[in-house]
Ligand binder design. Structure first.
Ligand code: ATP
Ligand code: MG
Length: 437
């Protein structure tokens, strides 16, 4: 892509409510545009990043055997009346009437709809376990939408649902998801901490929030710093290992505000190990047994011929919130550097161009075509600006690797730079391997 052609409405004008750096950066870099309160259009650069996050989330879900489907955004109120949540959900639910006067709603979550799909097709223990997920827009009429994509009204979420015959098997599904979440966040360049959480309106008895540390986070967290040393590489995908992993994490004190108890904290965690800080919730998993399957009559025939309500869990990841959360975690000293797994482009070529010297631009074009041939997603900054303006812009766009074409690069060696590191001179044919490392 040529930067001159990219739809990238970079702006300096920020609205007064853009208070945190991710919100500011996303607006300044032209990643999003507000459509109305808490509702955003995703512009090409922002969408590209979000799609990459979505794809990593998808791959990790598929790896643990979850299957993707797609449910609609608009739901009928009927199933919500069956579960009893139509009234309970309150004003956060956006309610709509169709032309026949039927009560519809824009889904804030999908427990009811997935249970309805499940109950009409699966009847026997032989078809269990099952894990289904989709990645779809949700709407919650948040009382105070703020912080850009972090707390908005319309947002993009991965929600998965597990179905098992009994508690023991349901815990296995829960543990797989737990593992999958840690791997997902790791691939996104984040260290997410699983924390025991209140189950809230979704209900149930087992729940963890996945939190990344950030000063601007809305969740206050209290933890033993030992939790940062637990490494998921130590565990494998065998049931006993997964069980041990969840146990290891759960045995370290790490809670959010709702579960915090000062006496307990002081008793369980030595003073020097106590960490009190803030974080952003990027994922949340629940096990809630038959909370929905029971009222919705979702039964399974057991091996003994008994009818059991299926045991369910639900598992969310805030895909659109993650774009902001990653910026909060990685944007430092006015420089954004995307983790390479989700960078909008693999590398940017920045030629020094002036009116009477177009030589660097033509050199850059050769490099550009060569990298394209190697299937590298490359951006060429062909805009007629001086180098300092260019670098400022790229501090905002955040591509982690740059090829600088100026007086220093020769025919055979090009100047290659990883953001925040010294540049080096490399052969064009070696660029690809540099991007991989
Ligand atoms: P929160 O406490 O932040 O309101 P929640 O507990 O209501 O989150 P869940 O219902 O568990 O959230 O949703 C799963 C994930 O969806 C959350 O972990 C979060 O990453 C994301 N999410 C929830 N609400 C929003 C929102 N208003 N805007 C953007 N992302 C959201
Ligand atoms: Mg909420």
């Amino acid at each position: 892509m040529y930067l001159s052609k990219l739809f990238l409405p970079i702006t300096k004008n920020l609205p007064a409510d853009a208070k945190i750096k991710s919100h500011q950066l996303m607006l300044r870099a032209g990643m999003i545009k507000q459509a109305s309160a808490g509702i955003y259009s995703w512009l090409p650069l922002g969408l590209k990043v979000m799609k990459k996050i979505e794809q990593i989330v998808r791959e990790e879900q598929n790896k643990i055997g979850a299957q993707e489907l797609l449910m609609p955004t608009i739901q009928s109120s009927e199933i919500w009346k069956e579960s009893g949540r139509y009234n309970d959900y309150g004003e956060e639910m956006l309610r709509i009437k169709d032309r026949q006067g039927r009560e519809m709603l824009y889904g804030p979550t999908n427990e009811e709809l997935i249970t309805d799909i499940f109950r009409s097709s699966i009847k026997s223990y032989k078809s269990l376990p099952q894990m289904l997920y989709h990645i779809q827009w949700k709407f919650r009429d948040e009382i105070r939408p703020r912080f850009g994509v972090m707390r908005c009204r319309e947002f993009f979420m991965k929600d998965a649902y597990s179905f098992d015959l009994d508690d023991t098997n349901a815990k296995i599904s829960y543990n797989k998801m737990f593992f999958s979440y840690l791997k997902t966040f790791k691939r996104l360049g984040l260290q997410a901490i699983p924390m025991a959480a209140e189950t809230g309106p979704i209900g149930g008895d087992l729940s963890h929030e996945f939190i990344i540390l950030a000063e601007t986070g809305e969740s206050k967290i209290y933890t033993d710093k030992k939790i940062f040393d637990i490494k998921i590489e130590k565990y494998n995908f065998e049931n006993t290992s997964l069980e041990k992993m969840v146990k290891d994490f759960s045995s370290v004190y790490a809670v959010t505000d709702d579960k915090f108890n000062k006496l307990e904290f002081d008793k369980k965690v030595s003073k020097e190990n106590q960490v009190i800080t803030k974080g952003i919730e990027v994922g949340h998993i629940f096990y809630f047994g038959d909370k929905y399957s029971k009222p919705l009559n979702c039964f399974i025939d057991s091996q003994e011929g008994k009818k059991n309500s299926v045991k369910m869990g639900s598992y969310g990841i805030g895909v659109s919130r993650l774009v902001g959360a990653i910026i909060e975690a990685k944007y430092e000293k006015e420089i954004m550097k995307w983790p390479k797994s989700i960078s909008p482009y693999d590398v940017v070529i920045i030629p020094s161009i002036s009116k009477n010297n177009k030589e660097n631009l033509s050199k850059s074009l050769n490099i550009y075509n060569e990298l394209k041939k190697q299937n590298i997603d490359v951006l060429l900054d062909d805009v007629d600006e001086n180098m300092s303006q260019k670098f400022k812009k790229h501090d905002l766009i955040g591509i982690p690797y740059q090829i600088i074409v100026g007086s220093k690069s020769s025919e055979s060696k090009i100047e290659f730079k990883e953001v925040n590191f010294e540049s080096s001179f490399v052969d064009l044919k070696d660029v690809k391997s540099k991007l991989k490392n």
